[in-house]
Design a protein around this ligand. Structure first.
Ligand code: SF4
Length: 573
């Protein structure tokens, strides 16, 4: 059911108006890891692939639309634009948790009591979300399906966030695992939403109404590195009843922040299918003969055709234009002009305050995304070896630097952090010492083997770190299950090489964006366009960790009731 609701075929039905007929605009949100995976497969840069995908999705909308109708407007954003908000909220949350724990410790020491941390390994009562604001009561063996859906508990007014170590919650694979198998870990999970959900919230709750659209009239489609992101999008915690009716037939009503998620591999299949169709219709064999530089791709006719249609044209344009800053592209699949891709458009450079941010104007600034690199490019660009050997969201690096500064007044120098490797390449720790004393110890734990190790230590009260960046996939998101696969029968060495290339491309992209951000910072515009706007006057004016930010950018987790574990058909994500 979930797969069919969030498939490439369903996306085409949305574009054609035959599904989710209330849709009046489509927003694509591209993750940086998915882009890097497609870029490696297409032999191009992530920037060009993003430009090409923008043309491709708009061409798909035109192709899918009946001749007498206008195609749905399609906007393409980069989820990295929302990352600074997710990272800022997680950092503020960590600092609050640290201060609370430290304060408790000091109070008990003053009273000459031995410090008693809160109960360390206790599962919360089972619960189940009905929406972003309502929980169902715990399900027992006597609960009927009707009772489970109609009775509800309003959410408690404030979230209890007091425990350390704080565990990153960006990875839905890990969150799902914790909810089902280790609910004792849930009080330790950061409540900050992932960039995918932060972007969905802002697009639906703030940008859409500015163009006279209801929240449910915008279809937000993520392009992500794994299938677990589909599960994340379908969580009832991310469905808003206050946003109106939404799609007909949606159980429980309400409007989701993110409507459907496609993986990088599924997008590649769509590209291939489109190309094969074009090739059939237009008999482009002659053009194909001129594109033989990718010898190993000669048989992949569909991709060769879409490369010609959407991806190689940027290089041609750049040569012709001599590197003009903005480019206008005519889409060959239609006689109409394509979008103007404002890579360095004056409006974006001037910042969102130059004019109100709307779905349309946001495309210029959010198309570029932001950077997950928290350090100066001048030091990190000296050697590719200085890039982190990690492939996920940069939570540890941001929180470590933010906490060092806020809690101890220490500016951690530029360049990647110096990690101590643990028992394998997917477990690392980093330490901050002040005056010869260790004050912070953070860990990266990727893959279920390392997750189980961390859970075991926490259960025994032997986990002596204050933050763990946990990701379900070994090597992180660059190795996600939805990334572009190698050929059938690819040897494991080939798979490792592909992951290495994707990770290299991902960090190259981050470095390039960081350089652009540094230029912006020199002009006094730090923090990324979306974050500057979101914490500006109109959205979350109380700032990071404020009341509005807590409502918009945080979520909660549920110990899955035993009944749902015994009968997966009642599990909602
Ligand atoms: S680590 Fe894997 S499962 Fe988790 S978000 Fe990344 S790709 Fe998805």
């Amino acid at each position: 059911m979930l797969i069919s609701q969030q498939s490439g075929e369903e996306f085409l039905r949305v574009l054609s108006g035959s599904s989710r007929a209330h849709t009046r605009a489509v927003v694509l949100a591209l993750s940086p890891q998915a882009l890097a995976s497609l870029a490696v497969r297409l032999g191009s840069t992530s920037e060009r692939v993003q430009q090409g995908l923008s043309l491709f999705f708009k061409a798909l909308a035109r192709q899918a639309t009946a001749p007498h109708r206008d195609p749905l407007p399609v906007y393409v954003y980069n989820t990295t634009a929302a990352a600074p908000i997710a990272l800022a909220e997680a950092t503020a949350e960590f600092i609050a948790r640290y201060r609370y724990t430290h304060q408790q410790q000091q109070q008990q020491q003053q009273q000459q009591q031995q410090f008693q941390p809160p109960p360390i390994w206790q599962a919360p009562a089972p619960s189940r979300a009905l929406s972003s604001t309502r929980d169902a009561p715990p399900i027992t063996s006597t609960t009927t399906a009707e009772q489970a859906l109609t009775g509800y508990l309003p959410l408690p007014p404030s979230l209890s966030r007091t425990r350390l170590p704080m565990l990153a919650s960006e990875c839905p694979g890990w969150v799902c695992y914790a909810e089902k198998t280790t609910p004792q870990a849930l009080p330790y999970l950061s409540t900050a939403k992932s960039p995918q959900q932060v972007l969905g919230t802002l697009v639906k709750a703030v940008l859409a109404p500015r163009e006279g659209l209801k929240e449910g009239e915008v279809c937000l489609v993520g392009v992500m590195p794994c299938y677990d992101k589909k599960l994340e999008a379908s969580r009832r915690d991310f469905v808003h009843e206050e946003w109106g009716e939404g799609e007909e037939g949606r159980e429980g009503g309400g409007v989701p922040e993110v409507d459907l998620v496609l993986t990088a591999g599924e997008v590649l299949e769509m590209l291939r299918g489109y190309g094969e169709q074009e090739q059939e219709q237009q008999q482009q064999q002659q053009q194909l003969n001129g594109m033989s530089e990718h010898d190993d791709e000669k048989e992949d006719v569909g991709l060769v055709v879409v490369q010609r249609l959407f991806f190689s044209r940027f290089e041609e344009e750049e040569e012709e234009e001599g590197g003009e800053e903005a480019m206008e592209v005519e889409d060959s699949s239609s006689s109409s002009k394509g979008l103007v891709i404002a890579r360095a458009a004056a409006a974006a450079a001037a910042g969102p305050s130059a004019r109100p941010l709307t779905l349309q104007s946001a495309e210029e600034s959010l198309f570029k995304g932001g950077s997950l690199l928290p350090y100066s490019s001048s030091s990190s660009s000296s050697s590719s070896n200085s890039m982190p050997e990690i492939g996920s969201g940069g939570y540890l690096e941001h929180i470590f630097r933010g906490a060092a500064k806020a809690l101890f007044g220490v500016e951690v120098g530029p360049g990647p952090l110096q990690y101590q490797q643990g028992r394998n390449a997917d477990y690392k720790e980093v330490v901050l010492e002040v005056g010869g004393e260790e004050v912070l110890r953070f860990a990266l734990a990727y893959g279920f083997r390392n997750i189980q190790g961390v859970m075991g230590k926490m259960r025994r009260g032997k986990c002596f770190v204050q933050f763990v960046e946990i990701m379900a996939c070994p090597s992180g998101c660059v190795n996600g299950g939805g990334m572009v696969k190698g050929p059938t029968g690819e040897p494991s060495a080939g798979g490792k090489e592909r992951v290495r290339k994707v990770r290299g491309r991902f960090w190259e992209d981050q470095l390039r964006r960081r350089k652009e951000e540094e230029e912006e910072e020199e002009e006094g515009r730090e923090g990324g366009a979306l974050a500057r706007w979101a914490y500006g006057e109109e959205v979350a004016r109380e700032g990071v960790g404020g009341e509005t930010a807590l409502r918009l950018f945080h979520t909660r987790y549920h110990a899955v009731p035993r009944l749902e574990q015994a009968n997966p058909s009642v599990t909602k994500w």
